[in-house]
Design a protein around this ligand. Structure first.
Ligand SMILES: [Zn+2]
Length: 68
């Protein structure tokens, strides 16, 4: 699967707005997910595979792009 790459500013915003990243969908699919949360249900694929932005970054699910 293609690795999602986001700009640092975008990552900060996703963190601040508590967007959750779905490991299965490979995208940010859900709101109201704390940055250090795991196991939230994804509204798209309906699996408990949504993690917070911080966890996603630590896990290497997506990369911060240095390009702006
Ligand atoms: Zn999903």
């Amino acid at each position: 699967m293609r690795q999602l790459e986001i700009a640092y500013a975008e990552y900060v915003e996703l963190r601040e707005t508590a967007m959750g990243y779905c490991v299965r969908c490979g995208d940010f699919t859900r709101e109201s997910v704390e940055p250090d949360a795991t196991g939230y249900e994804c509204p798209t694929c309906e699996h408990d595979t949504v993690v917070g932005a911080e966890i996603g970054l630590i896990r290497g699910d997506f990369e911060i792009s240095e390009e702006f």
